[in-house]
Design a protein around this ligand. Structure first.
Ligand code: URA
Length: 432
């Protein structure tokens, strides 16, 4: 077999076999197939697409390029969730503790933030002492003991994806549905859970700009997961505004704590309950989504979700008193209100722009390994369909630098207005 023949075959729109895909990914991972040939293949895939079978074969080839976590030592059904990348998305910090408080095992490996979306690990590290690194053995033991672990990657999961993604990033081939699906699913499958709920973001702040493209991606990921024996759900959710009000690491942890206290923003609370309900049904603790939701709401009422978050923080060497005293989180030096430039109903808040402002303030990183400032960020004061008057406060900037002229301008430009309320829905579709 030769790499060039596989590239030519895909270039000409012919379906690749499992053997050909395995040969290519193995060679690429080992280094016998070079970057230029992998770039040519990803570009051919970008233009020609892949059948569902090819995408499944590609996912499995990438999955088997590295370690696969064996969670069989954890009793019961293990669940996991994944979001395709949202601004203000701290869902794992609420969903994990809520489902774990009901006895479902939430064993999750998360990533750091890069670009305009924040990473769960960075958010957790705004709690002093929180340790994201753990051996596989300790990870399994903690999930068995307290039902939850939220850690960085242990072992080397899907190394082929790491190499391939770096290449796609610089060759204009990120936005290919089979390549995105295989990239996400190879990593999720390597993490070893039995049931996975995917939150596929749709809108200006997301990879998928339309419901149609998001549906195609979600269907493909669900199909790949099922082909690998997993219980799969994908939820399509609106990213035409940031999720909740807070964007920035400790600000988002505080919002997650408020949500577990029953005082979270409506849209964020709704999304958490939706994702968690699917996981509770998948974990066989409820027969219907309604029954699951009632159980989860009770865990907010009785604070069991909050206590589970505190247990998680403590188990991972963090100071759990922050969960009960969020006023302890270090604060930015300055808080600046941002005023509306016109009157009207807020019709859109560009999540990408808000994410970029958070980065300008130092909440995110533009290069791997950069330091971030956990205290800074943005707290929205208005959301889509709120009526504002000119000069009303639409957001607050939490900053450690004095001059935020640029950030204020960008934030003001991120808001659009209309003369009346618009139709807006958070959960757009559920695909099983
Ligand atoms: N996230 C991933 O992990 N991979 C992609 O290709 C796109 C988003």
């Amino acid at each position: 077999m030769r790499a060039v023949d596989i590239i030519i075959k895909k270039r000409d729109g012919v379906e690749l076999t499992k053997e050909e895909i395995n040969f290519f990914i193995k060679g690429f991972t080992e280094g016998s197939i070079d970057n230029y040939q992998a770039s040519a293949l990803t570009m051919a895939i970008y233009f020609r697409g892949m059948t569902d079978q090819e995408a499944t074969d590609l996912t499995e080839a990438i999955l088997h390029s590295g370690d696969i976590l064996d969670l069989s030592q954890i009793g019961g059904i293990k669940v996991d969730k994944h979001s395709t990348g949202g601004v203000g998305d701290k869902t794992s910090l609420v969903v994990g503790p809520l489902v774990a408080s009901l006895g479902i095992k939430f064993a999750k490996m998360s990533g750091r933030g890069l670009g305009h979306t924040g990473g769960t690990l960075d958010k957790l590290e705004s709690i002093p002492g929180y340790d994201i690194s753990m051996s596989e053995e300790d990870f399994i033991s903690q999930v068995n003991k307290i039902g939850i672990a939220l850690v960085g990657q242990t072992g080397e999961l899907a190394p082929a994806d790491k190499k391939l993604y770096a290449l796609r990033d610089v060759t204009g081939t990120v936005e290919s549905i089979p390549l995105i699906a295989s990239s996400i699913m190879s990593k999720k499958l390597a993490s070893g859970a039995d049931a996975i709920c995917l939150d596929v973001k749709v809108g200006s702040g997301a990879f998928m700009k339309t419901i149609e493209s998001a549906t195609t991606l979600a269907r493909l990921m669900v199909q790949i997961g099922k082909a690998c024996g997993k219980d799969m759900t994908a939820i399509l959710t609106n990213m035409d505004e940031p999720l909740g009000l807070a964007v920035g690491n400790s600000l988002e942890v505080i919002e997650a704590i408020q949500t577990l206290n029953g005082q979270g923003p409506k849209d964020f609370t709704e999304l958490c309950l939706e994702v968690a309900s699917h996981l509770v049904v998948a974990g066989k603790l409820a027969n219907t989504l309604e029954e699951a939701r009632k159980k989860l709401e009770a865990q907010i009422q009785n604070k069991e979700g909050l206590h589970t978050l505190a247990n998680l923080i403590k188990a991972q060497k963090g100071d759990e008193s922050y969960i009960y005293h969020p006023e302890k989180f270090s604060k930015a030096k300055y808080v600046y209100p941002v005023c509306a430039t016109q009157a009207g109903y807020v019709s859109h808040i560009d999540a990408l722009a808000i994410g970029n402002v958070a980065m300008m303030l130092g909440a995110g990183r533009s290069k791997i390994g950069e330091d971030i400032d956990h205290a800074v960020g943005i707290v929205l004061n208005k959301k889509v369909n709120d009526l504002v008057q000119e000069n009303d406060c639409i957001a607050y900037i939490h900053s450690n630098k004095k001059d935020v002229t640029e950030e204020v301008k960008e934030l003001q430009n991120a808001f659009s207005y209309s003369s009346g309320p618009i139709e807006s829905k958070l959960i757009l579709k559920v695909i099983k």
